[in-house]
Ligand binder design. Structure first.
Ligand code: T46
Length: 184
């Protein structure tokens, strides 16, 4: 089981020990003792799962203030580009972007601490994404960054014109327009 540092404080890529045999495979997708040994202390209270087709971009979302959520994100089927933006004012990586490919084949996961905007693009024909949250959904506190913000210049690795973005996400803000209450 490996925990890979990303250079962003608290943002960690998790690579489990996978046990394969003639039946298939087994791995522990989360182990509180192992995570706490790495200094990763989260109390997960809500699990989310979504399914999307190629070209879908969900996000970038965050919940403000006391409703902020840490997430442990994995791809159950297919492949996604998981993308986060650091919104923590005191972080050395404040306003920086980190992206990592999560795939069912890799069985990897991304631990996103509170204080990040999170989104992903679907690189395979379909993808099912599962993520644990350490705080409950709170619609009223939701904030969003527009996926094609020129300041962030995120390469979602989707063929031009094939992006599928919800009406709600098309109304997300530019980083430069976020209010003070969007930062941590
Ligand atoms: C997030 C959420 C949504 N919902 C309901 C609200 C809507 O009726 C429906 C779809 O919600 P939304 O369009 O916000 O779903 P996504 O675009 O996948 O949102 C997620 O996208 C990015 C990748 C994230 O990291 C967030 O966890 C989350 O915001 O599910 C709930 O009932 N509970 C929830 O926790």
């Amino acid at each position: 089981m490996g925990f890979l540092q990303t250079g962003f404080p608290g943002l960690v890529v998790f690579e489990p020990n996978v046990f394969g045999d003639e039946r298939g495979y087994f791995f522990e997708s989360f182990n509180q003792q192992a995570f706490e040994k790495e200094g990763l202390f989260n109390t997960w209270v809500q699990d989310n799962q979504s399914s999307s087709t190629y070209g879908v971009i969900r996000g970038l979302h965050f919940q403000k203030g006391e409703h902020a959520q840490a997430k442990l994100v994995r791809c159950l089927s297919g492949k996604i580009l998981d993308v986060v933006v650091d919104l923590r004012k005191d972080s050395p990586t404040f306003k920086q972007v980190y992206a990592v490919e999560l795939a069912s084949e890799k069985k990897n996961a991304l631990l996103v601490p509170r204080g990040f905007a999170h989104g992903f693009s679907v690189l395979s024909e379909t993808a099912e994404v599962f993520y644990k949250c350490d705080n409950f959904y709170n619609k009223q506190s939701e904030g969003g960054l527009i996926y094609n913000d020129p300041t962030l210049n995120i390469d979602w690795r989707i063929e031009v014109g094939k992006e599928i973005v919800s009406g709600k996400d098309q109304l997300n803000s530019l980083l430069t327009d976020l209010g003070e209450d969007s930062f941590f």
